[in-house]
Design a binder for this molecule. Structure first.
Ligand code: ADP
Ligand code: MG
Length: 643
């Protein structure tokens, strides 16, 4: 029996859930759904962002609504227009096989009369932002005097945004005997006050530790000189070819400037801030969801509540003024059980803020160094090679082969490979040859033991490249465990494990090199030969921060280094403009369940598919390093199965 069935959900919902691809309920769903189905009760549910709160109230709500009655029976309040639309959309999906349920979204910036008309036609569920809802009530356009259910979603964010008065006023317009369900990531005093004031004897559900950051997000900081901030951002992007990220800046001006620079440098980036028109913002969000934008540069307000799946990195280009805001930022990644990384680019004078944040999120940061030019080149090169290997051939191409063969005639396989890869790679080499490395380290946090140039200093350690990575479901911890086991090495013998999508790096001391090469090169992983080579780059080489090894993990959640894991659509150059078809729906959800990768030290393969979006032609320029065609993904199903 399916786990959702056990919660008491009816046939039509189970069918819709099947379509959604949810395999197992999340914890908050498991706790909330049976309670809400069983009786009419008030509820306070606290769970991190990304834990599936929408379905936790949405499934029981749909089941409880009387579809034959056209009156408004439920009101869902949500902080932003973006979330309001998102929830409406989700609820419609849930109600797909339940005939006659109408869900109407009510939010500012769109025609109020049209929304009123939609409601008049019979909307059992209204999903609204507080401001517009208040407006509609004042104008007598809506009647919520007889609703049975009122849901306050993302209550902490609503209150954060100053909607207290509106909420109080709206609630006073609803009947006393309704059920109120409050969902929130955190429980600040104001939320508690609302609960006390407007709820009677609510059932309380808490998932995970209150207030602390998500366990699936790891936190890293990179110390740089203030003038190197932008360069650091670029390198982090280059070192994570599959990055899909939100980059936070403090002001609208910085947001715009950073996005413009990124676009100019050939990254698929766009700005999101309050000075854009609603239509522009919608366009940007659509492109971002469609994965045509890899780096969404945003202000805190504009990005609040964004729920986009599979964001791999949140980048704090600048730290927020309010430390609490950091939690809202990092909550954009690590959602739905996926792993995510929150990166802070920090200058020396801001360093103490890191400690303050650590106290709030109850997790430790890992200090990392900006990858060197050589490291980035190697990552890009291997990424490209992996991509070539994984590319599925569309046999349309066969028609052109004779002509192509003609052109390439006389080249040996070796030459051909070199040339093919160089088409892209020359730019990176040229760029990084010219540019100095920029990493800095914090004396406060760690002793520096070496003063040689970083590039080739490895303190005697040997760095390896191995052809397994996050796509084989490794993160740095599980890979480290796997290597230790396979090689029969001790706790600290494998270090600096850096997991990328299709490959990884790690270090050992030279005395283990023979063993590594011999054993690993003769091991199979799910029928695939493992290939290990000695790498040219040292990955920082040192035994690492805080005297720990292998990436220093000191608390709670799993961490991983580098990128990977997510599913990425094709990229295009210099994006930002709208007008591109966003084939979100054609992409089946990845993974499908709340599988938590960190539990499996035995690597598994997952079978998601890449979203297919058309790509525009990118005119390449010689401004280096520039991403272009070959580094982008071509439209094809993700992850060809080798097994
Ligand atoms: P929250 O409101 O707690 O921040 P959401 O309701 O927005 O989280 O859900 C986050 C993501 O997780 C969404 O993309 C949603 O589709 C997905 N999700 C929710 N429940 C499940 C589930 N049971 N299995 C798989 N994915 C889920
Ligand atoms: Mg939510």
């Amino acid at each position: 029996m399916n786990k959702f069935e056990q919660l008491g959900l009816n046939e039509s919902l189970l069918k819709a859930i099947l379509d959604l691809g949810f395999e197992n309920p999340s914890e908050v769903q498991e706790k909330a759904i049976p309670l809400l189905l069983e009786k009419d009760t008030d509820m306070v549910a606290l769970a991190q962002t990304g834990t599936g709160k929408t379905a936790a109230f949405g499934f029981p709500l749909i089941q409880k609504i009387d579809a034959d009655n056209r009156n408004t029976q439920a009101l869902v309040l949500s902080p932003t227009r973006e979330l309001c639309l998102q929830i409406t959309n989700e609820l419609k999906n849930y109600a797909k096989y339940e005939k006659g349920i109408n869900v109407v979204a009510v939010y500012g910036g769109a025609s109020i009369t049209e929304q009123a008309r939609d409601i008049k036609r019979g909307a059992q569920i209204i999903v609204a932002t507080p401001g517009r809802m208040q407006d509609m009530i004042n104008r007598g356009l809506v009647n919520i005097k007889n609703i049975d259910y009122c849901i306050l979603d993302e209550a902490d964010e609503m209150l954060n945004m100053g909607f207290y008065e509106d909420i109080v006023s709206i609630l006073s317009d609803t009947p006393d005997q309704k059920s109120t369900w409050l969902f929130s990531a955190t429980m600040p005093q104001e939320v508690a006050r609302i609960a006390k004031q407007f709820m009677s004897d609510p059932v309380e559900i808490t998932v995970g530790a209150k207030n602390s950051g998500s366990a699936t997000v790891s936190h890293e900081f990179y110390l740089v000189n203030a003038r190197d901030r932008y360069e650091a951002l670029k390198r982090l992007a280059d070192a994570n070819p599959d990055i899909f990220s939100v980059v936070f800046c403090r002001t609208k001006r910085d947001t715009q400037a950073v996005a413009e620079k990124l676009i100019e440098d050939g990254y698929s980036a766009a700005a999101l801030h309050g000075d854009l028109s609603q239509a522009q913002r919608d366009g940007v969000m659509k492109s971002f969801r469609g994965r045509q934008i890899q780096m969404l540069v945003a202000t805190d307000v504009a990005a609040r509540g964004i729920d986009v799946d599979n964001i791999t990195h949140v980048v704090n280009y600048q730290l927020p003024d309010e430390i609490e805001t950091y939690n809202h930022r990092s909550g954009r990644t690590g959602r739905a059980g996926k792993l995510g990384t929150s990166i802070v680019i920090v200058t020396k004078s801001e360093l103490r803020k890191i400690s303050s944040i650590e106290r709030i999120i109850k997790q430790k940061f890992e200090e990392k160094t900006i990858p060197s030019g050589i490291e980035i080149c190697e990552i890009q090169l291997l990424h490209l090679a992996t991509k070539i290997k994984d590319t599925e051939v569309d046999h349309e191409i066969d028609n052109y082969l004779p002509a192509i063969n003609n052109v390439l005639e006389g080249l040996s396989k070796e030459e051909l490979i070199k040339k093919m890869v160089s088409v892209e790679f020359n730019r990176f080499i040229a760029y990084y040859k010219k540019n100095r490395d920029i990493s800095t380290q914090s004396g406060e946090r760690r002793e520096r033991t070496d003063s040689e140039p970083r590039e080739f200093n490895n303190n005697g350690a040997v760095r390896y490249f191995v052809n397994i990575g996050s796509r084989d479901n490794f993160d740095w911890m599980t890979l480290k465990d796997y290597l230790k086991e396979t090689l029969d090495l001790g706790r600290d013998d494998v270090f600096k494990v850096d997991v990328k999508e299709g490959f990884s790096f790690f270090n050992t001391d030279p005395e283990h090199t023979d063993k590594v090469m011999e054993v690993l090169n003769n091991v199979q992983l799910e029928g695939r030969r493992i290939n290990v080579e000695i790498s040219k780059n040292d990955g920082g080489g040192r035994r690492d921060h805080n005297g720990r090894s292998g990436g220093g993990r000191s608390s709670g959640g799993p961490r991983r280094e580098g990128s990977g894991g997510g599913s990425f659509g094709p990229r295009r150059e210099g994006s930002g403009g709208g007008g591109f078809r966003s084939d979100r729906n054609s992409a089946p959800r990845e993974g499908g369940g709340f599988r938590s990768d960190r539990n499996s030290s035995a690597p598994k393969r997952e079978g998601g598919f890449r979203s297919s979006t058309p790509r525009t032609e990118g005119g390449s320029s010689d401004r280096a390093p520039r991403r272009s065609e070959s580094f982008g993904d071509s439209p094809r199903p993700r992850r060809p199965r080798r097994d």
